[in-house]
Design a protein around this ligand. Sequence first.
Ligand SMILES: [Zn+2]
Length: 325
Amino acid sequence: MAAVMFPRMCGLGLVLAAGSLLAASAWAKAPKLPETVPVPELNQSQSEQKAAPADVPVPEARPADAPKPDQSEPDKLNQQKSNQHKQVRPESPAMAPKPGEKPTEAKPEPEPPVIAPQPPEKPAEAKDNKMLPDPRSASVPAKEMPEEELACRRRLKSMGVDFEERKAEHNAEIGCSIPYPIMLKNLGKSVAIGPGTELNCQMAEAAARFTTDVIQPAAKAEFGADLKSISQASAFVCRPRNGTRKLSEHAFGNALDIASFTLSDGRKVEISPTPPEKDAKFLNTVRKAACGPFKTVLGPGSDADHALHFHLDLEPRRNGGTFCQ
Ligand SMILES: [Zn+2]
């Protein structure tokens, strides 16, 4: 066997030696082959080597190693920041192309303020009038007294109220007006009022009813005496309301200021910021009950002008509302 193999191996050795010689001579003689072949092979192998490490679970091991609370929170913050950056980025390119157009859009904006100051001049013209207009200021008596006024007088007489008719009050300059004023002699058969009390009939009727329905019973309940008279501080007065351009309800004979009540036993109950305890109870009862029959009720505590009297009026208000302080 060995004798047979040797010549074959010697034959192979000769072939290999000859091959190596041929290859060496061919490599030295022909350098064209290595130029074309190795270049495409290296590019493919490098692209495959990059893809291969990407599939390796190396990046996945990091989040598994980071369950520590100290690190997880900053990671969330980093993710939120990265998300915010991602959200801001698409908006910024959208805003970016507009700035070139903004200067053209900003020009019409400053123009309206130039027009705006013009309308405020109109209310300034209205302020030139000394008094705000009140439709009642234009009221003048008709040739014949309206049925409404006649009916009011019939109701006063039925309550025992004594009164006199007066000439129409009208002051165009200030705006005061009472087309059909009356001068009250009393507020019923047993209750006097003074001094001279000029009102419109509606206010006179309201005062008379309130005296009969509320003040008289309250005086009996609190003092065991009858109400004999009411001292008024103001009825019709042609003047504007203090501190305002609006006409007072007194300018229309539509308000009555009550300063004190005198009882049948001679007791005088005066309205003041600090009345005696018994008087205070009576006065509070009257004041609370006045809110409703009268649309405005003011008194001590409302303001300095009403520290010494109750102001009652029938000023028309929206939805029949009242203003009581
Ligand atoms: Zn008043």
